[in-house]
Design a protein around this ligand. Sequence first.
Ligand code: NAP
Length: 545
Amino acid sequence: MTSPNRHYRPLSQPLPAVDLLIVGAGLAGLYMLHKARSQGLTAHVVEAAAGVGGTWYFNRYPGARVDIQSLEYSFGFDEALQQDWHWSERYAGQPELLRYANHVADRFGLRDAIQLETRIVGAAFDEAARRWVVRAEDGQAWSARFLVLASGPLSTPNTPDFPGLDTFSGPVHHTARWPQQEVDFSGLRVAVVGTGSSAVQAIPVIARQASELTVFQRTASYAVPAHNGPLDPVFEAGIKADYAGFRERNQRMMGGFGSLMPPNAFSAFSVTPEQRDAMFEARWRIGGFGLLGTFNDLIVNPAANDLAAEFVRRKIRDTVHDPETARTLCPSHPIGCKRLCVDTGYYEAFNRPNVHLVDVSQQPIERITAEGLVSGGRLHRADALVLATGFDAMTGTLLRLDLRGRGGLRIQDKWRAGPLNYLGLMVAGFPNLFNIAGPGSSSAFTNVIVSIEHHVNWIARCIADLDASGQATIEATEAAEADWVAHVNAVASRTIYLTCNSWYLGANIPGKPRMFMPLFGYPAYAQRCAEVAANGYAGFKLTPA
Ligand code: NAP
């Protein structure tokens, strides 16, 4: 443990000064650092963890792997990197993804500017100096012209406030804060709370190890098979023969990925029921998110959506032997409204005699005792507890910072009714502060690496443009911000996304303002950002140096 004030320096001494202070050494922070340096800027990355990798550093639960194909879920900014790197599986597992992040840090010589095990707790904009003063928990501080939050949209775990949680006698692990050393569940009765993407990946693996596994489900999830396996060398060679072209095609996809199985441009009602099922079936056999692209109205027309939902429910009933368990596992909300899960043997796990499903939709987990979890007045005994309960998504990490803009404006006050920003990138009242892959951008609906590269490139170009034109600061106007938030919501209102309780809406966190945060549709978003930049940063206020 370092002493809290080890790095404290009196404010009379000048603070270390950089052009960019970057919060987070995940994939966004790494690329932002590389990009800034390649443009001659000085940058410093501060990371709370003991290693780089962000999401892939923390989420090391059993079964954790990417659910977008690895050849897509990787950086495209450097041709030599994408040619040299070899993924072993169609969907890489967490250890391989973490190796990739470390490889990027080493390959581009980034480590000397990355400070680990240091948590940023606050930042204030000094209006006279037009610089950010950024503070760490241990008392260190920096002065930066630009502050870049690369802290991730899914980085603050949500631990429900279960009464008695601290009295549980066995180990408690959150999927997003999994221990570094291997956790052995052999011979143990394990309870898993949650059935989102993390749980869907962890449950089949834990089920093979634990003596008994009890899953507590509040809302059933739709999961499509990953059909993961070793990466086919012929397929890999085909992509690498024109990797740039592949990336370019993905740029035109709604989520910045999926050109391998492009969406169909016709309605679910334009074909016969037999043709429809055959088309769903074909995509199911390929696996992954492509199921939602079987028809062009699944996300916008509830009736069309229900056809896809019913197709998956039929798959669940065909897979799960016990009819009551199958019924409980069948979701009733529109498919895709909560993020679709991609699985390897999730529903099949419930056919194991040692796996039990407890429906807590009507009878919530009342309390946790030393012996287990109580729901509906019944104690479910457990020796170990896994919380796969997700994240305070999109805003949780920012709102835990003491972030103060012009006139001491606190981000908590600014965002009291939900996150306001312009293009998802900047907040009025907080000049020279950029947020990567946060609310108001399409990140949550995309291959997030595509969003990260897009944001970093936009920010880097913006800084270059400011410097070239002698501007000191850039700041969103309140009018542009209000229009943007209205736009994000207008787009969502034309879809099924407002019809269920998802983390996109903040609905998974008690008391969080209900506001739709991500923007659907990457290509239109990227085009809008490019147009704004090309039009002299319309909607932003620039201040000359
Ligand atoms: P999540 O999707 O938010 O799932 C959390 C689960 O915990 C839900 O089933 C939720 O139920 C349940 N839960 C929360 N509070 C509860 C309570 N008090 N009582 C009972 N159940 C409770 O979180 P996640 O699975 O960690 O995934 C979050 C996101 O991370 C994903 O949507 C995805 O974007 C990303 N992710 C990606 C991957 C991947 O690429 N492979 C893997 C994991 C995660 P309700 O649904 O009723 O709220």
